[in-house]
Design a protein around this ligand. Sequence first.
Ligand SMILES: C[S@@+](CC[C@H](N)C(=O)[O-])C[C@H]1O[C@@H](n2cnc3c(N)ncnc32)[C@H](O)[C@@H]1O
Length: 358
Amino acid sequence: MGFTIEDQSITEVEVKGFMGDCLRLNMYLRTAGRVLFQINRFRAINANELYGKITSMPWENYLENDGTFSVTSWVRNDTIRDDRFANLRIKDAIADRMVKKTGARPDSGSARDHTVIHVYWVEDKVRLYFDTSGNTISKHGYRKIPFKAPMSESLASSVIMASGWDMKSSFVNPMCGSGTLAIEAALMATKSAPGLLRNNYGFMHLKGYNEGSWKGYKRLAGLQKRETLDFKIIASDLSGEALRAARENARIAGVDHLIEFEKCDFRETPIPKDNGVVMMNPEYGERLGADKDLELLYSQIGDFLKQRCQGYNGYIFTGNLDLAKKIGLKASKRIEFFNARIESRLFEYQLYQGTKRE
Ligand SMILES: C[S@@+](CC[C@H](N)C(=O)[O-])C[C@H]1O[C@@H](n2cnc3c(N)ncnc32)[C@H](O)[C@@H]1O
C-alpha cells in the first residue's frame, strides 16, 4: 500500500501515517487483526504514575463526553497482578479528565463497537493507541454461518497470499467447510476490499471523524472491484450442511456467482484442465496415532494430489505436523503459521506431470 515499514515483529508492522491512513488500512488490509494509531508514549513505573500521565492528556479533544469507550491492554509490569486493574485505572484517568474539562463523563464498557483505547505497558514503557478498528478486522464480515473448525478470514487470506497464487489461474478448494479459502480467493481476485462489507469501526467514534473521507475510500474501493473472473474457483465438501454454509457465506460476500460448489468426496472434486492451486485444510487431531482415520485421510490426500492434480501446486494447511508426514509427498515449501495458539504449517507440493526431470 506504499508505506515504508519502520519496524516489525512477529505480530506487528509499524508504519508512519495520519489518521486518514488508518481509514485506508482498515479498508484494504486482509491479513491484519487491528490498526492501532499511536497517540502517546511515555514511562510509568506504577499505576499511580500511569493515572497521572493519562489524566494530563487532552482527552476532551478526542472523545465525545456523551459517547462510549472501552480500554484494552497488554500489561507486563511487576506492580500489576491483574490486567483488569490497569484497565480500570486507565478508564478512571480518562473519565476524570473528561469530567474536569467538560463536566460530563462518557460511558465505558467492554464492547469494542465504540471508541477503543489500547494500552501497551511493558516494564516502565507505555504506549497509548486508538484502536481504529474497534472490533477485529480479521473477520471480513461475510461469515454468518460457521461450520466445523473454520479458519479465521485473515488467516485464510494470509495462507493464500503465502502460496503465491497468481489470481489468474484455477483455485480449487476441496474440503471447503464454510468456504473461507474459496471466498477469500474470490475476494482477492476481484480486488474486493474487506472494508466494503463492514459499517462500524473504532475511528468512526472519535471526535473529528471525517465521514466524507471514509465514503470517498469506500467509493474508490467499489470502483476497483471486478465482477467477473476468467478462471474457475471450485469449492467442494462431503457435507451438505458445510456447502449450505459456504454458499450462504459466499452470497453475503457477493462472490457466490464466481464459485462452483460441488457436494462430493474430495477425491471427486472436478479439477480444471489447466493449472493453478489446489488448497485444502483437512481436519487434524491432537496427537499422531490418536486417530487412525485421519492418518488414512492424509495418505489419501497425498494420492489425490499426485494422481489427479498434475500441473497444479498443491497446498495443505494443517496444525498437525506429524499427520502431514502421512501425505507421503516431498514438500517444496513449509511455511510456519500460528492458528491462534496452534503452531501450523502450509505445505507446498509441486505436482509435476511425470517426474521432475521429465
Ligand atoms: C477443518 S474443516 C475445513 C474448514 C474450512 N477451511 C473453513 O474455513 O471452514 C474440514 C472439512 O472437510 C470435510 N471433509 C472431511 N472428510 C471429507 C472427505 N472425505 N471429502 C470431502 N470433504 C471432507 C468436512 O466436512 C469439513 O467441512
